[in-house]
Design a protein around this ligand. Structure first.
Ligand code: GTP
Ligand code: MG
Length: 148
């Protein structure tokens, strides 16, 4: 079983899509291990998107991520990293197929509603960046035998 970090970026909150998007991860069978609403600081945004430093869209991306509240979630389950990326769709909303979060609700490359860790290694790093240990919860899902 894996854990992964998902962010519902400021456009998701502003567009009132938090429930809609969260429901998709929930219904897939993933278990919620962490959840909070964050006003992201420039410092946290820089750490989170450090790999993109130097790219032409870097400054714009930081401005976007700090422009309003973001919901941070940790989802847990079988192949959680890849499963979440599949549910999200591709980076560019315009190129994402219908049925995916970005395919259904995003048209932009930058304002694409969600972030998801892209590897198990980065998931561990990102979860530690966004959550304290005591903010993460472990519980036995009562439907575990039916889901995974
Ligand atoms: P994340 O889950 O947010 O990391 O998205 P991703 O892995 O699908 O994309 P990537 O890591 O390559 O880029 C990080 C974020 O930067 C994207 O989600 C977009 O919000 C933004 N971004 C990526 N490419 C561009 C671009 O060409 N222009 C602009 N303005 N933003 C971009
Ligand atoms: Mg990425």
């Amino acid at each position: 079983t894996q854990r992964t970090l998902i962010l519902l970026k400021p456009d998701a909150v502003q567009r009132r899509l938090v429930g809609e998007i969260t429901a998709r991860f929930e219904r897939k069978g993933l278990r919620l291990a962490g959840l909070k609403l964050v006003q992201v600081s420039r410092e946290l945004a820089e750490k989170h998107y450090a790999v993109h430093k130097g790219k032409p869209f870097y400054e714009s991306l930081l401005t976007f991520l700090t422009s309003g509240p973001t919901v941070a979630l940790v989802w847990e389950g079988r192949e959680a990293v890849a499963v979440c990326r599949t549910l999200m769709g591709m980076t560019d909303g315009a190129k994402s197929p219908p049925g995916t979060i970005r395919g259904d609700f995003a048209l932009s490359v930058q304002n694409n509603l969600v972030h998801g860790s892209d590897s198990l290694e980065n998931a561990a790093i990102e979860i530690a960046l966004w959550f304290k240990d005591e903010e993460l919860v472990n519980f036995a899902a009562t439907d575990a035998n039916w889901v995974a």
